[in-house]
Design a protein around this ligand. Structure first.
Ligand code: GSH
Length: 161
């Protein structure tokens, strides 16, 4: 019987998802890309057995689930060590680890907060988002439909400032 493929659960425009797609590409790992509806992805992840609300979320061939781009990088290194995502030379490796930590803790939250703010405050941005980041039809109308959902979604993820 053939092994289950890796499955990457994602939403469009997510920067950590784009990072994980780069990792899978570098390692040439075949996988299924499953795009969820942005904003409603947390319940979709829980329904699939994940324990937290964020993408990227990866299901491994043995059925185990990993979330968070850093944890996914480590899991992929274990699953397929070569080619490595990291430099071999120890000092370069330390620098790569530091850059990775900074990217996750400091850089990542900035665009996330910006997009939540503009989605709350601008209908035009909600309409753009509906077209660019969801599979919803008729972005102009979908943007209006998102109006009451955006504050709920940002409150749920605790980042509505
Ligand atoms: N540090 C995490 C961040 C994951 C994250 O916050 N993903 C966003 C999309 S970019 C998300 O799914 N947010 C949903 C929520 O916070 O409820 C990583 O690198 O994977």
């Amino acid at each position: 019987m053939s092994e289950r493929p890796l499955r990457l659960y994602a939403i469009a425009l997510s920067h950590p998802v784009i990072a994980v797609r780069g990792m899978l590409e570098r390692k040439r790992l075949p996988h299924r890309y499953v795009e969820l509806l942005a904003g409603l992805h947390p319940p979709a992840l829980f329904a699939r057995g994940f324990r937290s609300a964020t993408v990227p979320a990866l299901e491994l061939p043995d059925g185990s689930r990993v979330q968070g781009s850093l944890a996914i990088a480590r899991a992929l290194e274990t699953l397929a060590p070569l080619p490595s995502l990291y430099p071999a030379e120890p000092r370069a490796r330390d620098a790569a680890d530091e850059a990775e930590r900074w990217g996750e803790a400091v850089l990542q939250p900035i665009p996330r907060r910006l997009i939540r703010w503009v989605l709350r405050h601008s209908l035009r941005q909600r309409q753009w988002f509906a077209g660019a980041a969801t599979q919803l039809p008729a972005p102009a109308l979908a943007g209006i439909a998102l109006t009451p959902l955006v504050p709920v979604s940002t409150r749920q993820s605790g980042r509505d400032r």
